[in-house]
Design a protein around this ligand. Structure first.
Ligand SMILES: Nc1ncnc2c1ncn2[C@@H]1O[C@H](COP(=O)(O)OP(=O)(O)O)[C@@H](O)[C@H]1O
Ligand SMILES: [Mg+2]
Length: 375
């Protein structure tokens, strides 16, 4: 799939801008603070309804205005259709084919994007929450059922935590009500866990050969799911089996949860472990290994998404070329440019191996203006 065009209204430092993109390589060139990342972010928001940089939607609105609109047109093998996101002080609406979509799961997945930015190194180095967000964002794009269960899990978790908090403050609990909440939560937890285990397995299958190639056959990458509930994570386990084990664990630790006023374990506390040549590289890896791993995982998603959805996603590479050495740059640019629409930002083309790029469409970004270079 690819993004044919975009129009921005009052988006960050763009008052009004539009651009028609190449289905191949698109390069955004500009000095710092001119709006390159903002433009990348707007594509991400159009796909995901939310920013990768902030959870506060209002930051996306130009300071001088009270609403912002992003519209774009997506082309797939068989169809093409418009998408639109409007954020105002009152809230956010998402339109697919001009029709408002009330449910996130009916909007997300129509434009699939994979973003690679310098902060992606934190996928390996950062806190567990970074890796959970990665799982949820990537899986949510491909798997509507997962998104549904995740939203339900978070809704019930919030309710259960509020109730546990009241109990911890001396409120007399209704044991039946708490049991019902716990059972409902365990049903969603099992569904979320089952899908995550499947995804991590697939991700490893695609990432291993890529990692091996980038490291010149010197490194074997493994990706493990680390559950905060001590259960054996065998693949054959059914959702029903997972459900029973989760429930047993929660019931065993109920008194502690009542004291502490929160749900102490579950998918909201889980993590991913990246292992290279039998070592956990979050603690023992070099910066280079961590970078290669983050890159392998992102590149693996491209193939994985194609396998699952039948279409390649759009690749957004913000400020990453300067971060990579020549070999990794070559790998990144060569691997996908003929099959994947790619957006690339850079302050100048000097450091970029232009000979690897097949006829890029170049856009100059200056003070919130986008100008296409004549071809
Ligand atoms: N809501 C907003 N309204 C107006 N300008 C904004 C808003 N948010 C960020 N900016 C401006 O956008 C600029 C940064 O753009 P960015 O895309 O991050 O730059 P770069 O080209 O370096 O990637 C800054 O000058 C910042 O002040
Ligand atoms: Mg930037």
């Amino acid at each position: 799939m690819f993004l044919q065009s975009i129009q921005l209204k009052n988006y960050r430092n763009y008052e009004k801008a539009e651009a028609a993109f190449s289905p191949g390589m698109n390069v955004f060139i500009g000095e710092n603070a001119q709006g390159k990342t903002n433009l990348m972010e707007s594509i991400y928001v159009l796909a995901m309804t939310r920013s990768h940089r902030t959870s506060n939607d209002k930051e996306l609105i130009n300071w001088a205005d009270d609403f912002t609109k992003i519209s774009g047109r997506v082309k797939k093998k068989q169809t093409d259709f418009p998408l639109e996101i409007v954020v105002s002080k009152k809230g956010k609406t998402a339109r697919l084919n001009h029709l408002e979509q009330k449910k996130l799961s009916s909007y997300i997945g129509h434009l699939n994007v994979i973003l690679f930015a310098p902060e992606d190194l934190s996928l390996v180095k950062g806190a567990p929450a970074v890796r959970r967000k990665f799982l949820d964002m990537e899986m949510g794009q491909m798997n509507r059922l997962y998104l549904h269960h995740l939203v339900e899990y978070q809704r019930i978790l919030k309710q259960r935590n509020q109730y546990l908090k009241q109990i911890s403050r001396g409120f007399k609990a209704d044991p039946v009500f708490l049991d019902v909440l716990t059972e409902q939560l365990a049903i969603e937890a099992a569904a979320v866990l089952k899908e995550r285990l499947r995804f991590v397995k697939q991700l490893q299958t695609w990432a291993q050969p890529i990692h091996s190639e980038i490291s010149r056959q010197k490194e074997l990458l493994e990706i493990q799911y680390s559950s905060s509930i001590p259960i054996e994570l065998e693949e054959e386990k059914t959702e029903e089996m997972l459900y029973k084990e989760i429930l047993t664990h929660w019931n065993k630790h109920l008194e502690r949860e009542k004291e502490q006023g929160t749900t102490l374990s579950g998918p909201h506390r889980d993590d991913l472990i990246f292992i290279v040549n039998n070592k956990n590289i979050q603690t023992y890896g070099s910066q280079g290994q961590q970078r290669t791993t983050a890159l392998s995982v992102k590149l693996a998603e491209i193939d994985l998404m194609q396998e699952v959805t039948g279409e390649y996603p759009v690749l957004l590479l913000d400020d990453v070329l300067s971060e990579l050495d020549d070999e990794r740059q070559t790998h990144l640019l060569k691997a996908f440019q003929n099959k994947v629409q790619t957006f690339l930002t850079t302050t100048s083309l000097d450091g970029v191996k232009m000979n690897l790029l097949v006829k890029p469409r170049v856009f100059h970004i200056k003070g919130g203006q986008v100008e296409m270079e004549s071809e």
